[in-house]
Design a protein around this ligand. Structure first.
Ligand code: AMP
Length: 403
């Protein structure tokens, strides 16, 4: 049984085709710069090496056509008929409060998704375009929507509400939603396997640290709280996002700077020009920040310290909220690869029973691994995330085929 996972951005389509028997990916790639004079197409299969070329792709429909036709190609393809694809799983960034779990696409679901356009205007219309394109090319094959926000829908109201006048929640659905849910869900399931305990018995803190980062407190497999909020801007310091700031700063900027008069410019400032980039003036990439620190760059050091401190605060808060923790899990680009960040985050958390083994932490590997000391009460685990596989599993589950 094969499942195709599709992730449509505003100008990109990313895909992975899984053979679900062994859960291995058999074809994957992406098309970027859709709608621009030159688009880029990169793809690979288990049978053929990576190929890249520039192509002309006007919209998502043409992108999906290109991808499916190549999957079917007699020489370079990997399937001989589209009917080999049992389901398509679409990654959806924001399901608002309409979707608390993955769903099979129906006309009604498509209408409900349209109602989510305003809450994630950069993402949801692109997802919708991808859904329509896939339906056209793969007519009759069931499609499933898997939401980044759904895993977090178990949060209690006192955790997801903002203390604004209640009418903004009722009218505008302003509340904490949380993101990276598919990743937090995946690593929590893997943690249960690695700890050899049912998820229903565990208290976990999962740290998804990438270009965007979020921390989540999970008890008995259910999210209790998560650091991202109404949008992915809230929470820890990130590559280009400021994370938590005093909201009155926004009012101050509006009053003081004529250029910050509308949501777009303010959103650009806080989402694209802040975080590691904004403080260091150098880069959003942790590798560049670490290199600059080794060369004595003070602003890079400050940016690093701020990012680490903000992560430490969330971990400590969630330890308190959970009233204990069985494991702290690191995942995503920084979480999986940056030993200095993990070391700095775990430093002086021994009062909580979090003790990192410095040597294990430094070992390079792309495997799942424990990096806590033997005596650490809270196990520290690196678990490479696999959002695509999680979407494929969810799609298989939703169409009711668990073979
Ligand atoms: P992601 O959003 O999960 O793809 O993570 C991307 C980020 O991970 C990059 O911007 C880097 O900051 C970080 N990253 C990736 N590899 C490394 C590495 N070897 N050391 C430090 N940071 C890394």
């Amino acid at each position: 049984m094969k499942v195709l996972v599709v992730n449509c951005g505003s100008s990109s389509v990313k895909y992975t085709l899984f053979e679900m028997g062994n859960e291995k990916k058999i074809a994957w790639g992406l098309i970027e710069c859709i709608g621009l004079p030159e688009a880029f197409y990169k793809r690979e299969t288990v049978k053929s090496q990576e190929r890249k070329e520039s192509v002309k792709v006007a919209n998502h429909t043409e992108a999906v056509e290109l991808i499916i036709n190549e999957l079917l190609d007699k020489n370079k393809g990997i399937i001989s008929d589209v009917s080999e694809i049992a389901a398509v799983g679409h990654r959806i960034v924001h399901g608002g409060d309409k979707f608390s779990k993955s769903v099979l696409i129906t006309e009604k679901v498509k209408e409900q998704l349209k109602e989510c356009f305003s809450i994630a205007p950069l993402h949801t219309p692109a997802h919708y375009a991808g859904i329509v394109a896939v339906e056209k090319m793969l007519h009759g094959i069931p499609s499933v929507l898997v939401f980044d926000t759904a895993f977090h829908q178990t949060m209690p109201d006192y955790a997801y509400m903002y203390a604004l006048p209640y009418e903004f929640y009722e009218k505008d659905h302003i509340r904490r939603y949380g993101f990276h849910g598919t990743s937090h869900n995946y690593v929590s399931q893997r943690a249960a396997v690695l700890l050899n305990q049912p998820l229903s018995d565990l208290k976990l803190i999962t740290a998804h640290l990438g270009n965007g980062s979020s921390i989540t407190a999970i008890e008995n497999g259910k999210v209790i709280d998560t650091s991202m909020g109404f949008t992915p801007l809230q929470g820890v310091v990130m590559g280009t996002r400021c994370g938590d700031i005093d909201p009155a700063i926004i009012a101050y900027l509006i009053d003081q700077y004529p250029e910050y008069k509308d949501g777009k410019t303010l959103n650009d400032l806080m989402n694209k020009k802040s975080g590691l980039t904004g403080v260091s003036g150098l880069s959003a990439d942790m590798r560049d920040i670490l290199k600059a620190i080794s060369e004595g760059n003070k602003k890079a050091q400050l940016a690093f310290n701020m990012l680490v401190y903000s992560i430490k605060k969330y971990i400590s808060a969630y330890y308190g909220v959970l009233n204990d923790a069985d494991a702290l899990i690191f995942t995503a680009g920084i979480g999986e690869n940056s030993a200095p960040v993990r070391e700095a985050v775990c430093k002086n958390l021994n009062a909580l029973g979090i003790e990192l083994d410095a040597e294990k932490n430094k070992e390079r590997s792309s495997e799942e691994r424990f990096i806590s000391t033997n005596n650490s009460k809270v196990k520290i685990i690196i678990i490479p995330t696999n959002e695509e596989l999680m979407i494929a599993r969810e799609s298989r589950r939703v169409i009711g085929n668990n073979e």
